[in-house]
Design a binder for this molecule. Structure first.
Ligand SMILES: Cc1cc2nc3c(=O)[nH]c(=O)nc-3n(C[C@H](O)[C@H](O)[C@H](O)COP(=O)(O)O)c2cc1C
Length: 207
């Protein structure tokens, strides 16, 4: 085990929409899904399903759904279709396997986010660039139809993967100590969200 090597992979991961159209090996996609499968999940229910979209025709339709009407702050849709788009879904029926005393939504989405992050990290270690894509609410039903996703299965995010055209500079991070509290919440350090929205706005492109 090598914490520095692990941190290096974590710190090298960039949200990067600028990928080449060149195909990526299926073995890489499989590794990403293998990494996802080792994520923790509530009650080990592993509610995830991964739809790997590689067909040019489906990607074109997907792009039409994702782009929707232009609006400020819309998620960035890359100019070049990436060679693989992995649509990450969760089978909502598995929420029933969690204890009734907890917020099941929270456990469900946390499990899926852990899986998604593992995919990004595996891709980074394989030299791939990835993007984390949120789907507009209005795009959900058209996407469900396009990919024939059953009603019980919810679409959670897209993971776009390809070889990087260029690697963007890392985005700044809060100082480690800034987010740490000891024994109790230090209310003096409650952050100013209004000021944050004023300084970098709503959307995905912060700094
Ligand atoms: C849950 C989640 C949803 C995101 N959705 C989008 C998105 O729809 N479009 C986008 O451009 N970036 C999206 N991002 C990426 C963030 O903007 C990005 O992670 C952040 O700006 C930090 O940059 P970095 O990942 O390169 O360090 C999302 C990230 C997360 C964790």
């Amino acid at each position: 085990m090598d914490i520095e090597a692990l941190l290096q992979v974590m710190k090298s991961r960039r949200h990067n929409g600028r990928v080449k159209a060149d195909p990526i090996p299926d073995a890489h996609i499989r590794k990403m899904v293998e990494a996802a499968s080792w994520a923790p999940s509530g009650n080990n229910a592993q509610p995830w399903e991964f739809i790997v979209v590689k067909s040019a025709e489906t990607k074109t339709k997907l792009r039409e759904i994702l782009e929707g009407p232009a609006r400020p702050g819309a998620s960035h849709v890359p100019a070049v279709d990436p060679p693989a788009i992995i649509v990450v879904c969760g089978d909502t029926r598995f929420k029933e396997t969690y204890p009734e005393s907890v917020n099941r939504q929270e456990v469900f989405y946390s499990s899926l986010a852990a899986a998604i992050q593992n995919m990004h990290l595996a891709a980074t270690a394989l030299g791939l660039a990835t993007g984390w894509g949120t789907i507009r609410e209005a795009g959900m039903e058209p996407l469900r139809k396009l990919l024939d996703i059953p009603d019980a299965v919810e679409i959670v995010a897209l993971v776009r993967a390809g070889y990087p055209q260029e690697v963007p500079a890392p985005k700044p991070r809060r100082a480690v100590e800034d987010a740490m509290h000891f024994d109790r919440y230090d209310r003096a350090r409650l952050r100013d969200v209004k000021q944050a929205i004023e300084s970098y706005g709503k959307g995905w492109g912060r700094l």
